[in-house]
Design a protein around this ligand. Structure first.
Ligand code: DAH
Length: 333
C-alpha cells in the first residue's frame, strides 16, 4: 500500500483541475465512497497487526489534507471564473499604490521641535490670521514705526494681518500663563516677497524662555546645543549685535558654514559663516504689555526660518523648489 504515491497523485490531479468538472471527477476518484482513499482504508485489516495503526493515522491525515486542497481548488476555480466573467485578467501584476510621505519642510520643522522638546520646551500654536496687536504692537513695534518695514505685511483689514512671524505666540502665550514660560512655536508665516530665497509663505520656529535669572549665557547655551544637534557637534556659532524691537540686546546668530566648514565658499559668500536666526533678551516693554513684572523676571527669545535650515541641510539652492510640488524633487527626501 503506497500511501505516499496516493498522496502525490491525488494532490497533483486536484491542483491541476482547470474547471469544476475536472475537480469533481478528481474528488470522486480520490475521495469518493469507492475512491482510492476508501479502498486503502478497507485494506488496512490485511496489513501486519503492528502496521495497521500507523497506516490508519496516515490515511486519516491524508484525507484532511486532500479535502483542504479540494476546497482551495474550488475557490481558485470559482474566483477565476468570476474574474473571467468580469473581463479581468488576474494574472496581470497589480498597480503599485504610491505611498505619501512627510514634506521635507515639515520633516525639518519636526526635527527642530524635537531638539527643543528634549530641552524641556512645550510646543504652542496660534492663528495665521492675526491681530496687529499680537503681530506688532505688543511686540514693541509702535504704529508707523519704521521697524515694521522690515516685514512686508499682507493686510486683511486695518488691524488684521497675515502673521509675518511666529513671534506673535510670545504674546499669546505670556498673556495666558504666569512665568516661568518655556515654549516653541512652529508654523506658517506670510510676507509679500518672492525670489530664489523668499516665498510669500514660509515657516518659522519661535522660541521663548522666561523665568528667574535667565541670562544671555542661557540663550547662547541653548542655541549652541540646538545648532550642534542639527548640524553636528563641531559646528561653531557666532553672535552679532543686531536690532529687533522686541529684544534688547538683540543678536543675529551665525553658524560655521556647513558646506565649506569655514574656509569660504559660494554658499557663505566666502565668509565661512551662515546667518540662521535672530535672537535676544525679551524687551521690558514686551513684559509690560503682557502684565509681567520685568523687575522680577528676564527671558530670551529666538526665531528661525525653517526653509533656510532645510536648504542648508540638504544643499538646495532655490527655495521655491519646496513649494512647486514636483514629485521628482519631493520624493528625494
Ligand atoms: N521675528 C523675527 C523675524 O521674523 C525673528 C526673531 C528675531 C525672533 C529675534 C525672535 C528674536 O524671537 O528674538 O524676523
Amino acid at each position: 500500500m503506497d500511501i505516499d504515491k496516493l498522496k502525490s497523485d491525488a494532490s497533483g490531479q486536484i491542483g491541476a483541475a482547470k474547471d469544476l468538472d475536472e475537480l469533481n471527477q478528481a474528488a470522486v476518484k480520490w475521495l469518493g465512497r469507492k475512491g482510492a482513499l476508501s479502498e486503502f482504508m478497507r485494506r488496512i485489516p490485511e496489513l501486519e497487526p503492528d502496521l495497521r495503526r500507523e497506516a490508519g493515522q496516515k490515511l486519516n491525515a491524508l484525507k484532511k489534507e486532500l479535502e483542504a486542497l479540494l476546497e482551495e481548488a474550488r475557490e481558485r476555480i470559482s474566483g477565476s471564473a468570476q474574474a473571467r466573467d468580469e473581463g479581468l485578467d488576474i494574472s496581470l501584476p497589480g498597480r503599485p499604490v504610491a505611498a505619501g510621505s512627510i514634506h521635507p519642510i515639515n520633516q525639518v520643522m519636526e526635527e527642530i521641535c524635537d531638539i527643543f522638546v528634549q530641552m524641556g520646551f512645550d510646543v504652542v500654536e496660534g492663528p495665521e490670521v492675526e491681530l496687529d496687536w499680537y503681530n506688532f504692537e505688543a511686540l514693541n513695534f509702535p504704529p508707523d514705526h519704521p521697524a515694521r518695514d522690515m516685514q512686508d505685511t499682507f493686510f486683511i483689514s486695518g488691524d488684521v494681518v497675515l502673521r509675518t512671524h511666529t513671534s506673535s505666540l510670545q504674546i499669546r502665550t505670556m498673556e495666558n500663563t504666569p512665568p516661568p514660560v518655556k515654549v516653541i512655536a512652529p508654523g506658517k508665516v506670510y510676507r509679500c516677497d518672492s525670489d530664489v530665497t523668499h516665498t510669500p509663505m514660509f515657516h518659522q520656529v519661535e522660541g521663548l524662555l522666561v523665568g528667574d535669572g535667565i541670562s544671555f549665557a542661557d540663550l547662547k547655551g541653548a542655541l549652541t546645543l540646538f545648532v550642534q544637534k542639527m548640524y553636528g557637534p563641531n559646528t561653531p556659532i557666532r553672535l552679532r549685535p543686531s536690532f529687533f524691537p522686541f529684544t534688547e540686546p538683540s543678536a543675529e546668530v551665525d553658524i560655521g558654514c556647513v558646506i565649506c566648514r569655514g574656509s569660504g565658499c559660494r554658499v557663505c559668500s566666502g565668509t565661512g559663516w551662515l546667518e540662521v536666526l535672530g535672537s535676544g533678551m525679551v524687551h521690558p516693554n514686551v513684559f509690560k504689555n503682557v502684565g509681567y513684572d520685568s523687575s522680577l523676571i528676564t527671558g530670551f527669545a529666538f526665531g528661525l526660518g525653517v526653509e533656510r535650515i532645510a536648504m542648508l541641510k540638504y544643499g538646495v539652492d532655490d527655495l521655491r523648489r519646496f513649494f512647486e510640488n514636483d514629485l521628482r524633487f519631493l520624493s528625494q527626501f
